[in-house]
Design a protein around this ligand. Structure first.
Ligand code: NAD
Length: 357
């Protein structure tokens, strides 16, 4: 990707999408066009650091609106589409799976259909260079026992409405490559954490509750194991796959950082006690509160990232200790961002951004 390209990033106002867009603008010559419906998870504040760039654009649109996707592609002529638009929270998928099927399955279908028409209309050179990159999760592979790790050929065994909807979208992407020849790329990544993470997810929730002396809810006994990756490492991996990945292939992304949930929560407590001790709260570990386990809660996820490391030369730069410390520091230093999320202010006035159409 030496030449400047136009990358259409769906879900670019979300946690990972905004990290990808910030990286595109600050570290590459490419243009980023964000297409996002701005659901509760979409936050233009997360794009404020790059919103002033002439290489950045934003369009409010739903990926399930196929005519709109046709029109946007015709107007903006993307070289690459990165699909990060999704409903992404497992707990919400248990309470209301319909939105997950609509966006993750039907939305991906609409985007694929529009991309296929657009791609077929391109000239030979542009058609050969075009990529449709679908971003997915390791949760499609189900739950592991104490040994082993997910690799690219691991059979799909999704257990939650969220992971089932993502598995459905992955299969559509695969089929659009094998049936129609669309140059697709698929990535399945482990749990992300880092700056700009919406505070309904474990790590930011625990940071903010611990900061304020509130209970720290932990499902079951906290023995569930997740494989954590710093969000900027994920963004770098995604841009590496766009640049060097082979169409039709999939790549697993992970940082080899397996941790039990309870240990993650304890580590955050220790970091906050060190960085901002509060005598009124005392040692924050005493705030840990075990709550009834999530139904169908997967026991262990772990990613074997050998393929992307060996074939594409990507490797995570952040280990969990350094990444978690940076993340806690970011939440301490960026109170305005999360206070506006909590108050709902991020859904109203947009910090002076006027690029929304
Ligand atoms: P997120 O919930 O933070 O962001 C999703 C974004 O998509 C939001 O900006 C939202 O407004 C937008 N969106 C939702 N429905 C839309 C629609 N119909 N049309 C257009 N935009 C819509 O999610 P995230 O954590 O950034 O995850 C992004 C992608 O990465 C998802 O596909 C998710 O499955 C995958 N993933 C996430 C993780 C993780 O740990 N967060 C790990 C692996 C893979």
């Amino acid at each position: 990707m030496a030449d400047a390209k136009t990358i259409l990033v769906t879900g670019g106002a979300g946690f990972i999408g905004s990290a990808v867009v910030r990286q595109i603008i600050t570290e590459t010559p490419h243009r980023a066009l964000v297409v996002d419906a701005l659901t509760y998870a979409g936050n233009l504040d997360s794009l404020a650091p790059v919103a002033g760039s002439a290489r950045y654009g934003f369009v409010k649109a739903d990926i399930a609106d196929e005519p709109r996707m046709d029109a946007l592609m015709a107007e903006h002529r993307p070289d690459v589409i990165m699909n990060l638009a999704a409903e992404s929270h497992v707990d919400r998928s248990i309470d209301g799976p319909g939105a997950f099927l609509r966006t993750n399955v039907m939305g991906t279908f609409s985007l694929l259909q529009a991309a296929l028409r657009y791609w077929r209309g391109l000239g030979d050179a542009e058609r050969a260079a075009f990529r449709f990159h679908h971003i997915s999760t390791d949760e499609v592979f189900g739950s592991l026992g104490p040994e082993g790790a997910f690799h690219e050929a691991t059979p799909y065994q999704p257990n939650s409405p969220y992971s089932a909807s993502k598995a459905g979208s992955d299969h559509l992407v695969r089929a659009w490559h094998h049936t129609y020849g669309l140059p697709t790329l698929l990535t399945n990544c482990s749990n992300n954490y880092g700056p700009y993470h919406f505070p309904e997810k474990l790590i930011p929730l625990v940071i903010l509750n611990a900061l304020e002396g509130k209970p720290l809810p932990v499902y079951g006994t906290g023995a569930n194991i997740r494989d954590w990756l710093y969000v900027d490492d994920h963004a770098r991996a995604l841009l590496t796959v766009v640049e060097k990945g082979t169409p039709g292939e999939s790549y697993n992304i992970g940082g080899r950082n397996e941790r039990r949930n309870i240990d993650v929560v304890r580590q955050i407590c220790v970091l906050l006690d060190e960085m901002t001790p509060d005598p009124a709260i005392g040692p924050r570990e005493q705030l840990i509160t075990f709550v009834a386990d999530r139904p169908g809660h997967d026991g262990r996820y772990a990613i074997d990232a050998t393929r992307i490391e060996q074939e594409l030369g990507w490797r995570a730069q952040e280990n969990f200790d350094s990444g978690l410390r940076k993340t806690v520091r970011w939440f301490l230093d960026n109170r305005q961002w999360w206070e506006r999320v909590r108050s709902g202010g991020y859904r109203g006035e947009r910090l002076g951004l006027d690029t929304t159409t």
